[in-house]
Design a protein around this ligand. Structure first.
Ligand code: FES
Ligand code: FES
Length: 189
């Protein structure tokens, strides 16, 4: 957006100070009236009852709130709702299709990639976004050959790329195995 096109929130504000915004979440449009400071996480959890994305730290440190915006992983606790109007938001509720578990969800179960499950929605959304980045050829901090066009998805790459998603139950071994299994499915994604 050009600077000249930027408009202040006050320009759109309703008499109560709220801002009208329509979010697209898991294929459905949700018109809302919100305080312009509302985070995307709070908009979903507190205003729409979409509670799959979890609030852990509420400061960008744990990854529990991870969801996808136009396919890219984001931390919803750090995202302003009004910035995401017009984007296609996908949460854990929108991952599965036709009543069947998404293959990544199934892999998490197969490999015991969870215990309490609190971090799992974020882990799964983050994995999908991470693999999109990986398949686009984006290197990570542990990629040895930045110029390589065929980075190997090693344990080290997975751990680094998923390092923003913490699991207090310590299910990391299973999470890593599940990601390996899902990544190997390739075309199934
Ligand atoms: S709740 Fe968003 S990163 Fe922890
Ligand atoms: S499964 Fe409990 S925090 Fe990860």
């Amino acid at each position: 957006m050009q600077t000249s096109e930027l408009r202040s929130g006050a320009e759109f504000a309703l008499p109560d100070g709220a801002i009208p915004v329509t979010l697209r979440i898991n294929g459905t449009a949700y018109p809302l009236r919100l305080d312009p400071h509302t985070s995307l996480l709070d908009a979903l959890r507190e205003h729409l009852g979409i509670t799959g994305p979890k609030k852990g730290c509420n400061q960008g440190a744990c990854g529990a709130c991870t969801m996808l915006a136009d396919g890219n992983r984001i931390l919803a606790c750090l995202a302003l709702t009004i910035q995401y109007a017009g984007k296609e938001i996908t949460t854990i509720e929108g991952i599965a299709a036709d009543g069947e578990l998404h293959p990544l969800q199934a892999a998490f179960i197969t490999h015991d990639g969870l215990q309490c499950g609190y971090c799992t929605p974020g882990q799964i959304c983050s994995t999908i976004g991470m693999l999109r980045e990986f398949e686009a050829g984006l290197p990570s901090a542990v990629t040895e050959d930045m110029a390589s066009t065929s980075i190997v998805l090693s344990d080290a790459e997975i751990k680094e790329r998923m390092s923003g998603n913490l699991c207090r139950c310590g299910a990391y071994v299973g999470i890593c195995e599940a990601i390996h299994e899902f990544a190997a499915m390739g075309a199934a994604r």
